[in-house]
Design a protein around this ligand. Structure first.
Ligand SMILES: NC(=O)C1=CN([C@@H]2O[C@H](COP(=O)(O)OP(=O)(O)OC[C@H]3O[C@@H](n4cnc5c(N)ncnc54)[C@H](OP(=O)(O)O)[C@@H]3O)[C@@H](O)[C@H]2O)C=CC1
Ligand SMILES: O=C(CO)COP(=O)(O)O
Length: 345
């Protein structure tokens, strides 16, 4: 893989040695940055030192020599120029609160996590701004299946931040011959898109397991885009963000690939497994389950029309039969295709 960045080598720390944290840390190392990957598992850290591999999360992919694992959160962050956070949303606050006392003034903080905090409906960038005020904050989101990135398959992503400097520096830091980074100032829209698409990946996986036709898949993905942008725009996102990589791009990949854990959760449920069995079988993070509950509750509170979210919520949390929900979805009020046209957005 050839590098194409011109950013001077920086001290980069990634918090979370799962599949995505490891994949992004590896790209930064390939691009000549000094990279520390913080993880809590001694066994996985030793695996990287001994075998240059994270065999728990990215088996079979060799990691660059410039990537150093660390078990010390303090040592990992105390010199860092850039800190990328890639732990599941349920652990995000605890990890960033623990790191906050050790942060150097120059550290820029970037979330890789696609979820919503259960209490208070906060996104991860909002948690970073709350816990570490005064630091520049960004979010990375896009169609980024970690295993494909680790395999150097051509991929693209979005760095969102209010800071144009941060956007440009992260674009240069991570872009290379197989990974291309685009910028977007709409941090809320990019982050919300990344969290919401996981719900629709579950729906599509479920529909595929039930023998869905291609017309059906196209209809579900397109109506998912309408629904997620309707919700996010009500909460402050720019609708145009949903036409980009973080919106339609991530929706397409996550609703099409068995590499997506959320899609697989839906697929297993469609095959007749319980939610508990499906989660156990995945054995990794599938953010969409918690996001579904939070988005359903928020949509009810704000009276936002989200029939797909409501239907999946009824299937998963209320044990409603899938065929009853499918009939319900097909008999809703007839509506406009692109509603932003009629709303004048
Ligand atoms: N995988 C992908 O393709 C992509 C994932 N993302 C997002 O990135 C985030 C992380 O996902 P991903 O890397 O895939 O997840 P994984 O399930 O692969 O790994 C999660 C990582 O977080 C660690 N972790 C979990 N809880 C804690 C905690 N309390 N303290 C410290 N570390 C913890 C785990 O450590 P341990 O092994 O010790 O449990 C593990 O290293 C998610 O929000 C996901 O949506 C975004 C884009 C692509
Ligand atoms: O976000 C992802 C791809 O962009 C990964 O999706 P899953 O978390 O469903 O595996």
């Amino acid at each position: 893989m050839n590098t194409s960045n011109s950013l001077a080598p920086s001290k980069v720390t990634v918090l979370g040695g799962g599949s995505f944290g490891t994949a992004i840390a590896n790209i930064a190392a390939i691009n000549n940055h000094q990279v520390t990957l913080w993880m809590r598992s001694e066994k996985q850290a030793q695996d990287i030192i001994d075998n240059r591999e994270n065999s728990r999360y990215l088996p079979g992919y060799k990691l660059h020599a410039g990537l150093t694992p660390s078990l010390s959160l303090k040592d990992s962050v105390s010199q860092a120029d850039y800190i990328f956070v890639a732990v599941p949303s349920k652990a995000f606050r605890a990890v960033v609160e623990e790191m906050a006392p050790f942060l150097p003034a120059q550290a820029r903080l970037i979330s890789l996590t696609k979820g919503i905090e259960p209490h208070g409906f906060k996104l991860m960038s909002q948690l970073l701004m709350e816990v570490a005020p005064g630091h520049q904050v960004g979010v990375i989101s896009g169609p980024n299946l970690a295993k494909e990135i680790a395999d150097n398959q051509i991929s693209a992503t979005v760095i969102a931040s209010y800071s144009q400097d941060l956007r440009q520096d992260v674009q240069e830091m991570l872009s290379c011959s197989s990974f291309r980074v685009y910028g977007n100032p709409d941090i809320y829209g990019v982050e919300m898109a990344g969290a919401l698409k996981n719900i629709y990946a579950i729906i599509t996986g479920l529909a595929v397991a039930l023998g869905m036709a291609e017309n059906t898949r196209a209809a579900i993905i397109t109506r998912s885009l309408a629904e997620m942008s309707r919700f996010a725009v009500r909460l402050g996102a720019n609708p145009m963000t949903f036409l980009g990589l973080a919106g339609v791009g991530d929706l397409i990949v996550t609703c099409s690939s068995k590499l997506s854990r959320n899609y697989r959760v839906g697929y297993y449920i469609g095959e007749g497994q319980t939610l508990k069995q499906a989660i156990k079988n995945i054995g990794e993070t599938a953010e969409g389950i918690n996001t579904l509950r939070m988005v359903y509750e928020k949509s009810e509170e704000l009276n936002i029309y989200m029939p797909l979210v409501k239907g999946l919520y009824q299937i998963i949390y209320k044990d409603c039969p899938i065929d009853v929900i499918a009939k319900q979805l097909m008999s809703g009020d007839l509506a406009q295709d692109v509603e932003f046209m009629s709303a004048g957005v």
